[in-house]
Design a protein around this ligand. Sequence first.
Ligand SMILES: Cc1cc2nc3c(=O)[nH]c(=O)nc-3n(C[C@H](O)[C@H](O)[C@H](O)COP(=O)(O)OP(=O)(O)OC[C@H]3O[C@@H](n4cnc5c(N)ncnc54)[C@H](O)[C@@H]3O)c2cc1C
Length: 348
Amino acid sequence: MYDIAIIGLGPAGATLSRLLDKKYKVIAIDRKNPERGKCCGGLLSPDAQKILAQFDICLPKDILVDPQIFSVKTIDFDNHIEKFYQRFYMNMNRAKFDDFLISLIPGSVEICNDSICVKIEKENDAYRLTFRTNGVERTEKSKIVIGADGANSIVRKTFYKNNKIHKYTAIQEWYEYSVNSPFYSCIFDKEITDSYSWTISKDNYFIIGGAFPIKNSNMRFEMLKEKIRNSGIYFETLIKREGCFVYLNKGFMSTCTGRNGAYLTGEAAGMISPSSLEGISYSMESGKILAGIINKDRGDVGRKYFIKTLGIRIKLIFKIMKMPFMYNKFLRKIIMKSGIKSIKKHLI
Ligand SMILES: Cc1cc2nc3c(=O)[nH]c(=O)nc-3n(C[C@H](O)[C@H](O)[C@H](O)COP(=O)(O)OP(=O)(O)OC[C@H]3O[C@@H](n4cnc5c(N)ncnc54)[C@H](O)[C@@H]3O)c2cc1C
């Protein structure tokens, strides 16, 4: 019998596993394959940098990629406007970042890599988990189960399916570099998606991605590439294609932290910005809060966790309120035309 079973070792699960008291018997199950990292833009936001600073964690430089870019080119295909805005992201290799966070987990946590949790059942006062490692099935019991398993969370689907949250398909393709000067872009086009799309330069690759409604997501992605090509950006040799689900927390009630020994953290809890899809900071923050409450070992964990994550939920409500200004074609036109917060490029 384990005290705590954690499903998923992304930023949320890795932070939680690292911070849990060694008095607990902890198992962490993660299906990530080292060959195939998480489909992600790999941009470390100032909020995420601040959390790393609070943990006194310094990033080894091999996690960063080339180049570091200081502005985002916002392309509004609906209104035919382009503007640049200053950004403070760090451009990094997401797979290496996840591996680094996992490397900080103490040896007292039993890590099951390349393992997929396929079933969780409540059994008296414990949870019975079934997971597969290299095709071999294993069953374990735990007093507490924590879903740090991102969008499409099995813990959320099993225990909290009534807490509805929108699910989109994210697709990214990596191309051999053939763009004159590196840039990030953020693309708005109602015909393609009511979320947004992007391009990122990373090492010797040019990445095109977007978050699309699940229906016709492939067709929408093809349309995106077509429009980018038509705008004069050239890319040809495809290196790899990746995809995953992403939660789009558009409602005030879509976050769910869990109760009675089955808790959710990070994106599984709906803690991801619906406006920018930035989520690493919320995942590390919620993992840290949950570990702190469990370590105190007093009172109702579910209630305390719900209360202590209020700050995150308020931040997300502000992001939801920001959405019309980004996603409504007319409001966006007014803002972009006004030039507020945009920067002028002095091109030679
Ligand atoms: C395309 C895209 C681009 C993004 N770009 C950025 C960005 O640039 N910056 C940013 O801050 N955020 C970005 N995000 C959001 C960010 O990726 C997520 O918010 C963040 O990864 C969530 O962390 P997490 O630990 O909660 O979940 P995840 O990182 O999704 O980790 C979940 C882990 O659980 C494992 N898992 C899932 N199901 C099971 C199972 N049944 N059994 C075992 N293991 C399981 C997965 O393999 C994974 O390792 C992006 C998201 C997408 C989709």
